[in-house]
Design a protein around this ligand. Structure first.
Ligand code: 23J
Ligand code: MN
Length: 263
């Protein structure tokens, strides 16, 4: 088995549909849910705007095109190390400097959908990850770890997706020791189906927002608002998640794709 013959096999399997390309991306537009931070603490990212330049009209008779107003951390998106203060000094930690090889990697999908359905504040722990490994196999160095909660079913409506009440947002995510553990395993990043990589309750953890604080401190990456994780196997798929090459970018909307073996 050579790299050349393996890639030729991959090409054949893609064309025959025996390897399927699954879209893990939510639609990006004015109704895309956006994170709301505590008002005394921060300024929010602006609503997405799509403005028409022309549409086969006086402003451009043969062509249609738009311009966008869009925060880096909007919709299905990538968090770069420089997004967080703990990762600010990595020269290869912004969207334009991350090695592109990191954008294509094997993916582990930890199914927490039943727990998240029963408890919006469900937290995945290191013990939970170890139990998953005992069943499905070890998380390898350079691999993604994704938390499946099926929260993409809420993604069409911002209030349902954020799930906030007077006590704050209620959405599932990782504990501090979960993130410490996956980084120990050598994971390339951590991804979720919620508005951000951290749980709704993560502001009260120590450190606050551990998926941001610890992942980016380790020069690793985050993925948020992923869709369709129910279509992925626990192991065996390849994730393609590449941010736009924004100069000094802290993150970017992505078209997240998975290569999934069929049958
Ligand atoms: C800014 C401040 C806090 C958080 C976030 C952004 C995100 O979740 C994000 O999109 O990276 S927690
Ligand atoms: Mn983000």
């Amino acid at each position: 088995m050579t790299a050349t013959s393996t890639l030729a096999d991959l090409a054949g399997l893609l064309l025959s549909g025996k390897i399927e390309v699954v879209d893990l991306t939510a639609p990006l537009g004015p109704s895309t849910p956006l994170i709301k931070l505590p008002p005394d603490f921060a300024v929010d990212t602006p609503k997405i705007e799509i403005h028409k330049i022309s549409q086969y009209d006086k402003a451009g008779p043969f062509w249609a095109w738009n311009w966008l107003k869009l925060g880096e951390h909007s919709g299905t998106h990538f968090d770069a190390p420089q997004h967080w203060i703990t990762g600010k000094d990595y020269p290869d930690g912004s969207t334009d400097t991350i090695p592109v090889g990191h954008f294509v990697a094997p993916v582990n999908v930890i199914d927490c959908s039943a727990q998240a359905a029963a408890d919006s504040d469900f937290l995945l722990t290191a013990a939970g990850v170890r139990a998953w490994e005992a069943e499905h196999g070890a998380i390898g160095k350079g691999e993604w770890v994704l938390m499946r909660t099926d929260w993409d079913s809420r993604n069409g409506d911002e209030a349902t997706f954020l799930n906030a009440d007077a006590s704050g947002p209620h959405s599932p995510g990782p504990t501090v020791d979960c993130i410490e553990y996956i980084l120990e395993r050598g994971a390339i990043g951590w991804g979720t189906q919620c508005i951000g990589t951290d749980a709704g309750s993560a502001g009260g953890m120590q450190p606050p927002f551990p998926a941001h604080n610890l992942v980016h401190k380790a020069n690793r990456y985050g993925l948020a608002s992923l869709c369709n994780l129910s279509k992925l196997p626990a192991k065996g798929a390849i994730l393609i998640a590449a941010p736009l090459k924004i100069e000094k970018g802290t993150g970017s909307p992505i078209r997240a794709l998975a290569l999934v073996p069929k049958g």
